[in-house]
Design a protein around this ligand. Structure first.
Ligand SMILES: *Cc1c(COP(=O)(O)O)cnc(C)c1O
Length: 387
């Protein structure tokens, strides 16, 4: 573990003398803060976003975590939200207005798509979805009123990459802001800001917290951008995290490096096993040499994380269900990033966010957790045999 990263995860932003010298910073579980004089109150009100007045705007526990998150993403500042979707929504709303146009990668996270296609259209913001495997598709979709380019690399379920440096360069030429949903990679495997992207969003629910016990989100970027979001969308939409959730996130961050490398190591072994199996048509995982964008993955990501989608050579849904129900060590569940390995079959996805109805029923997303990878592979082998 590099010294900088150890310092960041374990010490940065922690104010031990003001926390009773406790090794673990205390959670400041208070909604508001009181001051001894009018003058003291007035001084705090002048700096409402930097000093504790009211927890929707500033809380010392949240502030500690924000410093760590900003440092992890090589950003000047970061905001913590009550969900990843809230972070993405705040960013999109902050950088668009009625009459504007957005270009977004096709097949983004389902609720990002819903935000753009169902909520923002009501306020006069239009979106074009593009195949992001060719960055020039972003350029071709730009109009005079385009205000924001949205990337999610790799994107949900099909793990297609966008060349983030190329998209950022196209945006800069045209004076357009860029946003990248970096939940898949975590800040340890990809840093979009280093590639020229302006705003980075995370579902902190996934790898960052890493224990499946908190829903939270992150937005990181330049100080002026964060200040703008803080003063408007963050405060008015009010999707602030609870101090206790921020504290749990801080605990999760201490083991971030151990967890993501374990998950990625195991994912690599699982992906290679599955890619060689006759009942698996294709493994969508950018770390495999057979992935059509493997070279780009090597260029812009440090590693590929523990999420992949497999395409089963199954004749019907019943066969897919036999495989899924036959897995003993993969819980059937949404989300990912915790200890436990998960499976998410496309044939079970027809819900209110159901944008995946155009995907084949043979796809099953797997999250490779922190269990013994030999046991996971044996479990997959067994379930494939029953399919
Ligand atoms: C989970 C997820 C989100 C949404 O985050 P929440 O914390 O669930 O609101 C956004 N993008 C991606 C890629 C995700 O996996």
């Amino acid at each position: 573990m590099s010294d900088d990263l150890s310092h960041l995860l374990n010490h940065l932003g922690e104010d031990r003398p003001h926390g009773f010298d406790a090794v673990v910073p205390p959670v400041v579980q208070s909604g508001n803060f009181a001051y001894p004089t009018v003058a003291a109150m007035r001084a705090v009100v002048q700096q409402e976003f930097e000093r504790p007045l009211y927890t929707r705007g500033h809380n010392p526990t949240v502030a500690t975590v924000r410093r760590k998150l900003a440092a992890l993403e090589h950003a000047e500042d970061a905001l913590l939200f009550s969900s990843g979707s809230a972070a993405i929504a705040a960013a999109v709303i902050a950088f668009t207005k009625a009459g504007d146009h957005v270009v977004c990668v096709h097949k983004p996270y389902s609720w990002t798509r819903k935000l753009l296609s169902e909520l923002l259209v009501r306020f006069g913001v239009e979106t074009t979805y593009v195949d992001g495997t060719d960055a020039e598709n972003y350029r071709r979709a730009i109009r005079p009123n385009t205000a924001l380019l949205i990337t999610e690399s790799p994107n949900s379920l099909t793990f297609e990459l966008q060349d983030l440096a190329a998209v950022a360069a196209i945006a800069r030429e045209n004076g357009i802001v860029t946003l990248c949903d970096n939940s898949y990679s975590s800040p340890l495997f990809q840093n979009p800001i280093d590639l020229g992207i302006d705003l980075v969003a995370h579902s902190g629910t996934k790898y960052l917290n890493g224990h499946s016990d908190v829903v939270c989100g992150v937005l990181a970027g330049r100080a002026e951008h964060m200040r703008q979001v803080m003063a408007h969308e963050f405060m008015t939409l009010g999707a602030a995290p609870s101090p206790h959730d921020a504290w749990l996130l801080m605990r999760g961050l201490r083991t971030l490096e151990l967890r993501v490398h374990r998950s990625a190591d195991s994912a690599e072994r699982v992906a290679r096993f599955l890619a060689a199996h006759p009942k698996v048509r294709r493994v969508h995982w950018p770390g495999l040499e057979s992935h059509p964008q493997h070279a780009l993955a090597r260029r812009q990501m440090q590693r590929c994380a523990g999420l992949m989608t497999i395409d089963l050579d199954a004749p019907d849904e019943a066969a897919v269900e036999r495989f899924c129900d036959g897995l003993r060590r993969f819980l059937i569940a949404v989300s990912w990033g915790g200890y436990e390995s998960l499976q998410w079959p496309v044939c079970a996805l027809k819900g209110p966010s159901g944008y995946y109805t155009d995907l084949p029923f043979t796809l099953v997303r797997l999250y490779i957790g922190l269990e013994d990878p030999d046991l996971l592979i044996a479990d997959l082998e067994n379930a494939l045999a029953r399919m």
